[in-house]
Design a protein around this ligand. Structure first.
Ligand code: SF4
Ligand code: SF4
Ligand code: SF4
Length: 156
C-alpha cells in the first residue's frame, strides 16, 4: 500500500499490468521499474509522486532483484515445520499436510530438508514466488510458520 498510494491509481494498463495495485506488487518484487509507469514519468502532475517512489524504491532499481530464502542456522532447531508447511511440498507430496516429511527424492520439488538437525534449502526454483507469470504467489508460509524466526524471504 505504501507504494500504491503514490501511483496514479487510474488502472490505465500502460505499464502492462492489469491494475495499479498489481504494478505496486510487481514493483515490490523488483519485476518492474518505476519508469515503466509512463503517466508517472510523462505527466507533470505526478512529478512529486514519481520522486517519492524513486526514493522509496532506492538506487538499486534497474538491477533485477533475485529471490533469496535465508535460513539462520544459529536460530534453526531442526523442528521441520517449514518442511511440512511449505505448500509446494504439500502439493507434490500430500502426506506432508499431516506432518510427515516428503517421501520423494529431494532433487524433485522439495524446498526444505532437515539434515543433521538443521534446515537446508533445496530447490528454490520451485518456490511459489517463482512460478510462471500469473501463477506466482506472495507466499510467506515458511517465514511465518518458523517458530524460531530463522527464515527470511528477501529480494536482493
Ligand atoms: S501505467 Fe501507471 S497508472 Fe497505468 S496502470 Fe500502470 S501503474 Fe497504474
Ligand atoms: S521451521 Fe524454522 S526452526 Fe524449524 S526446521 Fe524450519 S527453519 Fe528450522
Ligand atoms: S515462500 Fe512459500 S513456496 Fe516458497 S519456500 Fe516458503 S513456504 Fe515454500
Amino acid at each position: 500500500m505504501d507504494l500504491y498510494k503514490y501511483l496514479p491509481k487510474t488502472n490505465c494498463k500502460k505499464c502492462g499490468q492489469p491494475t495499479c495495485m498489481a504494478f505496486a506488487l510487481a514493483l515490490l518484487q523488483g519485476k518492474v521499474k518505476v519508469d515503466d509507469c509512463t503517466p508517472l514519468v510523462e505527466e507533470a502532475k505526478y512529478k512529486k509522486q514519481y520522486d517519492i517512489l524513486k526514493e522509496l524504491i532506492g538506487k538499486e532499481e534497474g538491477q533485477e532483484k533475485q529471490l533469496h530464502i535465508e535460513i539462520d542456522e544459529d536460530k534453526c532447531d531442526g523442528c521441520g515445520i517449514c518442511v511440512t508447511a511449505c505448500p509446494v511440498n504439500a502439493r507434490y507430496c500430500p502426506p506432508t499436510l499431516s506432518g510427515k516429511a516428503p517421501d520423494y527424492p529431494p532433487d524433485k520439488h522439495q524446498l526444505f530438508e532437515v539434515k543433521n538437525g538443521k534446515c537446508q534449502l533445496l530447490n528454490l526454483e520451485h518456490c511459489r514466488r517463482l512460478e510462471a507469470e500469473g501463477r506466482e504467489r506472495e507466499c510467506h508460509v515458511c517465514e511465518i510458520y518458523c517458530p524460531r524466526e530463522a527464515i527470511k524471504i528477501l529480494y536482493i
